[in-house]
Design a protein around this ligand. Structure first.
Ligand SMILES: NC(=O)c1ccc[n+]([C@@H]2O[C@H](COP(=O)([O-])OP(=O)(O)OC[C@H]3O[C@@H](n4cnc5c(N)ncnc54)[C@H](OP(=O)(O)O)[C@@H]3O)[C@@H](O)[C@H]2O)c1
Length: 320
């Protein structure tokens, strides 16, 4: 065995279970940094990648060769830096891997990414908190961009308000002085309200009808899917400049976001420019992720089973 990373990886077969494997250490490019991973944020894409779908397809074409190492989000310490990298050994960072740059995923003891995929972590932000931020935060920031950066006072409706994306979106809304309404189930109304949003309980009547009373909305962040909350029921809740931003995209949505200016889709792609404001909000306490559970990396499968229930409140973490 070489001085490799110890990663949770799947075999090329999409249905293979996760397995811990030792892999050879990756060489560093000039702007790359090697990071000892301290915490990993679990996102649904991590298990979705294991069973096919467009991102897995893309990974096969443009990703690194060898087994699929899943995972995107991480926080840790720089242990080695390439000659042109702007991060020094010993720096605490948060970041996200990018398979389009031939990088392996973040379910590992060590990752190699480019310096501009990381932001420096102040001492005030723990590795656990930081690892919750990248994909959910980048997704909300991208959605706000799609909605034309709505000014303070604008109204935001979050469908799927209690999940990793939803709770992050509510807190970013609060930080930007946007007025947020979150659709969630009865058990999660308190957490939605804790972050300054109005909760709409989807178990009590028609949630879109109930949300209408708090609109119209300049952004509807759709983090559940149009099979549950159809787009033709969301669009009438928009203000004259409002946009429905799809976080979950179905094939049936393609005509809507292709032909309508009122519907967009996002892909949360964390990089330093998006990570820095998230870290600043976390340092000030404006972003305060809820961590439902932490699992050892070796129990990534268990974390995926929990995530697949679709019932997670906030985030799940893996710890190498
Ligand atoms: N496009 C992108 O870049 C991007 C980025 C991140 C995530 N995503 C996708 O977005 C989706 C959400 O991600 P996530 O990380 O937030 O997932 P998550 O944390 O697993 O979301 C779980 C939450 O969804 C809530 N929920 C389930 N059904 C609901 C419904 N009918 N109405 C309202 N809330 C409901 C659950 O609350 P209850 O138990 O109370 O129902 C639970 O708290 C996933 O499909 C993910 O793959 C896409």
């Amino acid at each position: 065995m070489s001085d490799g990373t110890f990663s949770a990886a799947t075999s090329p077969s999409a249905t293979e279970p996760l397995a811990l494997v030792t892999m050879p250490q990756r060489p560093l490019g000039a702007r790359d940094v090697r990071i000892k991973v301290r915490a990993i944020g679990v996102n649904p894409v991590d298990w979705k990648m294991r069973s096919g779908g467009p991102l897995r397809f893309a990974h096969r074409f443009v990703g690194p060769s060898g087994p699929l190492v899943v995972g995107v989000d991480f926080a840790g310490d720089v242990v080695e830096a390439g000659s042109a990298a702007d991060l020094k050994r010993g720096t605490r960072v948060v970041g996200a891997t990018n398979f389009a740059r031939k990088q392996l995923g973040s379910y590992a003891t060590e990752v190699v990414v480019r310096d501009d995929q990381c932001a420096v972590l102040p001492d005030a932000v723990s590795y656990d908190v930081a690892a919750c931020l990248p994909v959910p935060g980048a997704t909300m920031l991208a959605a706000l961009g799609s909605a034309g950066a709505p000014p303070a006072g604008s109204r935001v409706l979050v469908l799927g308000a209690s999940g990793g994306v939803g709770l992050t979106a509510l807190q970013i809304s609060r930080a930007l002085k946007l007025t947020a309404v979150g659709v969630c189930s009865s058990r999660n109304t308190a957490v939605v309200e804790r972050f300054g949003a109005t909760a709409v309980d989807y178990t009590k009547g028609d949630p879109l009808e109930a949300a209408r009373a708090h609109g119209p909305y300049d952004l509807i962040l759709h983090a559940v899917g149009s099979a549950t909350y159809p787009l033709d029921r969301c669009r009438p809740l928009l203000s004259s400049r409002g946009v429905v931003v799809l976080v979950v995209v179905r094939a049936a949505d393609v005509p809507s976001f292709t032909f309508s200016r009122r519907v967009a889709k996002v892909l949360g792609k964390p990089e330093r420019t998006t990570l820095e404001p998230l870290v600043a909000w976390a340092a000030s306490g404006a972003l305060e992720p809820i961590i439902e559970a932490r699992f050892p990396l070796a129990e990534a499968e268990r974390a995926h089973q929990v995530s697949k229930t679709g019932k997670v409140v906030g985030k799940l973490l893996l710890v190498p």
